[in-house]
Design a protein around this ligand. Sequence first.
Ligand code: ADP
Ligand code: MG
Length: 643
Amino acid sequence: MDSSNDQIRRQITEVLKRYWGFTSFRSVQEQIILSVLARRDTLALMPTGGGKSLTYQIPGLVNDGICLVVTPLIALMKDQVDRLRKMGIQATAVHSGLSAHQIDIALDNCVYGDMKFLYVAPERLTSEAFRLRIRRMKVSLLAVDEAHCISQWGYDFRPSYLRIAELREMLPDTPVLALTASATPRVAEDIMEKLRFTTPHLIRSSFSRPNLSYSVRRTDDKNEQLLRIIRNVGGTGIVYVRTREGAEQIASFLREEGIPAGFYHGGLGHAERTMRQDDWITGKSPVMVATNAFGMGIDKADVRYVVHYSMCDSLESYYQEAGRAGRDGNRSYAVLLISPGDEGRIAKRFEAEFPPLDKIRTIYEKVCNYLQIAIGDGAQSGFPFNLPDFCAREHLYTGTVQNALKILRQNGYMTLTDEMENPARILFCVSRDELYRIRVDRNDLDHFIRTLLRLYEGVFTDFRPINEQEIATWSGYTPQKVRELLQRLWQLRLIRYIPSNRSAILYMDEERLPTADLYISPESYRRRQELTRERFEQMLAYASNETTCRSLFLERYFGAEDPHDCGICDLCLARKRAARGKEPDMNKLREELMQRLTTETLEPQEVASALPYPPEKIAEAIGKLRDEGKIYLNGEGKITINR
Ligand code: ADP
Ligand code: MG
């Protein structure tokens, strides 16, 4: 038994090296993979950026058959598929940004080809096309990413996730791996129940970040504090602010003070975002002032500080954003700035952003009108949706609309996906025969149409993604000219043309209803309001806490069983300072030291920084305990309890 386990461990480490080039697993990755390979239903709880993807990708590679991955984030889905393909692994995705025809092709490839990974957006699970094919696939593992979406007690509940239970019925012999970064104990239990775990099995990694020093600064002058932090800490940093205007203003304030700072927010064009991000990554502009649009998918190890100019909506967001500091393991700082009155102000904004029921109905109606969806139409279709543009036109707050859309999603009406790159698409409005009959009087158009037909089959039946660059190469025109000619064909009503863009997709789960028929369950409405408030209250509690170690506070929030003081946050340091000078209670010190050593072995220096006592007193206690034979230094120089 053991030797076969060793063999599996060797095998998965081998796969990790060969495909990813990493030398070892992080924290609980290996434990999760082994559990999945033993075909146990497993819930894995790890922080964002902790490396959850590997834990289903490696079993997916090792096992025969295909690994099915349910995830709601299309941009991440595309990113994962691209990465796998670059490693030479067959992977594909099915989501609302694709046409019915593209989905059919992708699914057929899974039935007939030797596809290893199929990523599916939850709202696609119920489609007939999917259900018919899935029975014919050999599914080795069902991975459910962002698994908290299945729980009504979770903040991001999506009714489409409940359908995963049906999948389990269709695939009775396939184990499930649920993954999430945020789950209260109640949500964790709910996930395992809703996903029909045969026996509950939760593997949780620690949320502690031993090199990250958390602190909260109360101040009347945030700018002055900010300057001080940036000048004292140095190196690369991120300053998170709430609004786009805020990002621009604070960046310009910092530049006036001689600090090379850039700004970043969702209102910038794609090219500009990339440029600003690069300037920051290369160190040309080491301070980035940004809204929470910044940071997803960015892997910069040497970020020395993350300052929050105002509070986040939840500790989940705060932990994730602050956690972008210190990935390289060196000392880093996460600072939250608070001024008197912040709490009241933010609470008020919260109320304002939570739309009353009538407003939600109005927003539903306006969204449908904006997308030109008629009553009775739109079911199971996706539409590119520009949220900022919609809000500007309708004079609505983005926050209000986002909240309304989330409530509409929870009630099963519409789902707004994340932003993604969409290729240009065309569809001929006339048949092939008609096209030849119509005399296209201009030569250049005739040549152009021929090129299109040569390159893209099937453009008569379905919207097809096209590549303007590719058309340019084959037709001999510049990409600019290609776009002009496409516009021209569009004006002649020969084709329908959607230029390439970057946008979110609004997916209609149901046909558009008359506004009066829209039913929003009061319970789901209230629950969302409560959850929003509860989450924010935890953020407030973190900010106003003046006694509990900050790291410990966060770890408890994420459900850790017995977290320890970090020894480096502002509160731990203050406690150490207070203890200095005073004669410490040696008995208490000994007790805390032994308590600490029951769960881990530590080097003497680690103990010194972890406990709130003067180092010389700690050294004294260690010496005494050693003389008494209660502890010893093991081969690695770590203090261990003598049992
Ligand atoms: P999550 O889904 O938990 O947010 P990801 O799976 O996206 O995290 O992984 C985050 C990053 O960590 C990725 O860049 C990944 O390549 C990297 N990573 C994951 N596991 C390891 C490992 N064992 N060693 C080094 N890097 C890793
Ligand atoms: Mg992930």
